[in-house]
Design a protein around this ligand. Structure first.
Ligand code: ATP
Ligand code: MG
Length: 213
């Protein structure tokens, strides 16, 4: 049996065409069913639904053989024990720094003031500001980062941005792009050895179906 870990929502939706290219179709719609384990048209392949941030953990410890996870999630996890053969170029967005539209970010940085930064991505945020030589206090949040600068919890946030409309609706502006984000295929290293044939076939089929840049 091959187990593939996916998260509901954009990762699941955007992985479907890649699965199809590998001759695999899921038998249930996760938005309609409450099932956490979904069968596929290939009796030896199943999909498990986990939180996006749990995908690397499942694959690392062998709860799943393969998984699809955003680069953001993989950087925060650290990627230990994971083979990352493919950038799938799906679920694309960017990781950015944003502040209130009335906050003078350049001035704050130039003056060397200590910035308070709220984010779910504490490790990426620390690395980014350390590279710039900016002193920061990083505040860990689990969601609704946009609220932090509006309530005075933080001066800036580090968050994922795709269209920018959520920032705009909350009177925030993007002041720095940290990196481009897309989802990667991750593979358990032991599974790759033990189930080499079937996992190779899936990796190759995914590779040939990756959307063009
Ligand atoms: P949840 O929404 O359940 O709290 P999550 O935010 O981690 O969890 P998703 O919103 O499904 O889960 O995002 C999964 C992945 O999709 C992210 O890790 C990221 O790589 C990618 N992604 C692409 N565009 C965006 C976006 N606009 N906002 C957030 N994530 C995005
Ligand atoms: Mg989300």
């Amino acid at each position: 049996m091959i187990t593939l870990a996916l998260s509901k929502g954009r990762i699941f939706e955007e992985t479907l065409p890649l699965l199809k290219a590998a001759g695999i179709e899921v038998l249930e719609d996760p938005e309609k069913s409450r099932k956490l384990i979904i069968g596929t048209t290939r009796p030896d392949v199943r999909v498990v639904l986990v939180r996006a941030t749990d995908v690397p953990t499942y694959v690392q410890y062998g709860g799943a053989d393969l998984g699809v996870a955003g680069k953001d999630v993989l950087l925060e996890h650290g990627g230990q024990g994971l083979y990352q053969p493919l950038d799938l170029r799906i679920a694309k967005c960017r990781m950015s720094v944003a502040v209130r539209d009335d906050f003078d970010y350049d001035k704050a940085v130039k003056q060397g003031s200590r910035l308070r930064v709220a984010t779910k991505y504490t490790s990426c945020a620390r690395d980014h500001f350390a590279d710039k030589g900016v002193h920061v206090d990083v505040i860990k949040l689990y969601g609704s980062m946009e609220l932090a600068p509006l309530t005075g919890l933080a001066d800036a946030i580090v968050d994922l941005v795709s269209t920018g409309s959520t920032l705009k609706a909350n009177h925030l502006v993007e002041v720095e792009h940290i990196m481009q984000i897309s989802a990667r295929l991750v593979v358990n290293q032991a599974a790759l050895k033990v189930k080499r044939e079937s996992i190779r076939q899936i990796i190759d089929a995914f590779a040939s179906a990756i959307p063009a840049e």
